[in-house]
Design a protein around this ligand. Structure first.
Ligand code: AMP
Length: 427
C-alpha cells in the first residue's frame, strides 16, 4: 500500500499531514493524487466521507507551491467551487490545515457572510479561493475577482450544484476561466446533466470512482419504522429515551419541518438545534459546532443544509421524512458510519411514503429491514391502518406532550423481532 511520501507530495505538506495523523491515503486519494500531480484532469465519482477533499486539495497545494509567486490582488490561482456554505467552510478549513507550513493564502467567499471583509481580503491578494457560485459571481461582477490567473479549478459536488439550480451561474463562471488550466470535477452521482457538464470542462480526464452507493449503505445498519405521519414526533421522543442515541442527525424534508421537530425535542427536554437554508450563516455554524462538541444531542437538518456536514461519531441518522430522491437517502445515511465506525439509520415511513421506500430499496439493491417493535408501528394503507400499536394508550394520545421520560423501555420495543432482511418493506 502506498503512503503519502510515495505519492510525491512536498515535505511541508507531508509534515502537516503527519500532524493530523493521516498515515495512509484513502482509495480516492491513492488514485487521484498521482494523476493530478502529473497534470491530468480528474472526473471523480465519490461522496463526502471518502477523503475527496484532500484528494484535490493536496495536489493543488503542491502545484501552487512549485511556483511561489506572490498572491496578486483579486486573481486567485486555485479556485474551488462548492454548492453550500457548509461544504465551502469545511473545504477551506481542511486546506488551511494542509497548508499550515506553506506560504499560501486561502480565502472563503460565500453568501450569508458579510461581503466587505471578503472584498478586503481579496484586494490583499489570495492564492486559493473557495467559493459558492452566487457570491463569487457577485464579486466578479463588481470587479473584485478575476479568474484570469486560475491554474487549478475544482468543482465539488457537481450533482448537488445542478440540483440546486446553479447551472447558469456555473456557465458564467467557467466561461471566464483560462483554457490552459487543470480541472477536477467531483460528484456523488453521475446523471446525464453532470456528464454533460464534465464534457465541457474536462480535458481527457482520468476517471476515478470509489465506493458504489450500495457499498455505503452496507456499512450502515438500516431499519424502517412504519408510523402514522402525526405520530412521528412521539416516536422520535420515544427513541431518544435510549441513551445509546448519543449524537443523532435527524432529516426532515422542509425547513419548517426541521424547526418544528427541533422545537418539539427541546420542549421534551432533549437538547437540539435545526440547520437549514433560512438560518443565518453564524446560526448554522453555531448549531454545527454545538453538535460537534456534544453540547446538543440532536441536529435536525434539511438535505441541502446537511450537505457536507462532516461530524464524526454520529451514532444515528433518523429520516423523519423519507426523501423522494433515493440518492438523498444514500447521502443521509452516509453521515453515520464514517471513518470505519459503525452506525444506524432509522427511517420513519408513513403510508404516503411507501413509494419512496420502494425507490430507495431499488437503488441500494436491498430491502430495508422493518422494525415492528415500537409503540407506533402501523401497517397497511393510509385508510385502514391500526394506530398506534401496544403503547398507544400511553403515547398515542398525548399529542406530543410526551416528556421524554417514557423511553426507558424504548430500546426493548425497538429491537427488531427477526434478524435479516424482511420482504415486508417492499410490500
Ligand atoms: P472528506 O471526504 O474529504 O470530507 O473527508 C472525510 C474525513 O476523512 C475528514 O474528516 C478528513 O479529515 C478525513 N480524512 C481524509 N483523508 C484522510 C486520511 N488519509 N487519513 C485519515 N483521515 C482522513
Amino acid at each position: 500500500m502506498t503512503d503519502f511520501e510515495g505519492l510525491g507530495l512536498n515535505q511541508p505538506i507531508l509534515r502537516a499531514l503527519k500532524e493530523i495523523d493521516y498515515t495512509q491515503p484513502t482509495p480516492i486519494q491513492e488514485q487521484t493524487i498521482p494523476a493530478l500531480l502529473e497534470g491530468r484532469d480528474i472526473l471523480g465519482i465519490a461522496q463526502t466521507g471518502t477523503g475527496k477533499t484532500a484528494s484535490f486539495a493536496l495536489p493543488m497545494l503542491n502545484r501552487l507551491t512549485k511556483n511561489p509567486a506572490r498572491a496578486t490582488r483579486g486573481c486567485p490561482r486555485g479556485l474551488i467551487l462548492a454548492p453550500t456554505r457548509e461544504l465551502a467552510v469545511q473545504i477551506s478549513d481542511n486546506i488551511r490545515t494542509y497548508s499550515k507550513y506553506l506560504h499560501l493564502r486561502t480565502l472563503i467567499v460565500c453568501g450569508g457572510m458579510s461581503i466587505r471583509p471578503q472584498i478586503m481580503q481579496m484586494n490583499k491578494g489570495v492564492h486559493i479561493l473557495v467559493a459558492t457560485p452566487g457570491r463569487l459571481l457577485d464579486l466578479m461582477t463588481q470587479g473584485h475577482v478575476s479568474l484570469s490567473e486560475v491554474e487549478f479549478f475544482v468543482l465539488d459536488e457537481g450533482d448537488r450544484m445542478l440540483d440546486m439550480g446553479f447551472q447558469r451561474d456555473l456557465q458564467k463562471i467557467t466561461a471566464k476561466l483560462p483554457a490552459a488550466r487543470q480541472t477536477a470535477l467531483f460528484s456523488a452521482t453521475m446523471p446525464k446533466t453532470v456528464s454533460h457538464l464534465a464534457n465541457g470542462l474536462l480535458n481527457d480526464p482520468v476517471k476515478v470512482e470509489v465506493m458504489q452507493q450500495a457499498t455505503t449503505a452496507e456499512k450502515v445498519s438500516q431499519q424502517v419504522l412504519f408510523v402514522a405521519k402525526d405520530l412521528k414526533r412521539n416516536l422520535l421522543i420515544d427513541l431518544m429515551g435510549d441513551s445509546g442515541f448519543k449524537r443523532v442527525l435527524v432529516f426532515t424534508r422542509t425547513k419548517h419541518g426541521a424547526d418544528r421537530v427541533s422545537k418539539h425535542l427541546q420542549q421534551s427536554g432533549i437538547t437540539s438545534d435545526a440547520i437549514h437554508g433560512n438560518k443565518a450563516q453564524n446560526a448554522r455554524q453555531r448549531a454545527l459546532a454545538s453538535f460537534k462538541t456534544g453540547a446538543i444531542r440532536v441536529l435536525v437538518a434539511t438535505d441541502i443544509a446537511a450537505r457536507g456536514i462532516d461530524v464524526d461519531g454520529v451514532t444515528h441518522v433518523i429520516n423523519f421524512d423519507l426523501p423522494n430522491e433515493p440518492d438523498s437517502y444514500v447521502h443521509r445515511i452516509g453521515r453515520t458510519a464514517r471513518n470505519g465506525a459503525s452506525g444506524s439509520a432509522l427511517s420513519f415511513c408513513d403510508p404516503s411514503e411507501r413509494v419512496y421506500l420502494k425507490d430507495i430499496e431499488k437503488t441500494i439493491r436491498q430491502p430495508v429491514p422493518v422494525n415492528e417493535d415500537h409503540a407506533y408501528h402501523r401497517t397497511g394503507s393510509a385508510n385502514n391502518a391500526p394506530r398506534p400499536n401496544n403503547g398507544g394508550q400511553r403515547n398515542g394520545q398525548n399529542n406530543g406532550q410526551n416528556n421524554g421520560k417514557s423511553g426507558g423501555d424504548a430500546s426493548k420495543r425497538r429491537r427488531p423481532r427477526r434478524s435479516g432482511y424482511q420482504s415486508k418493506s417492499a410490500a
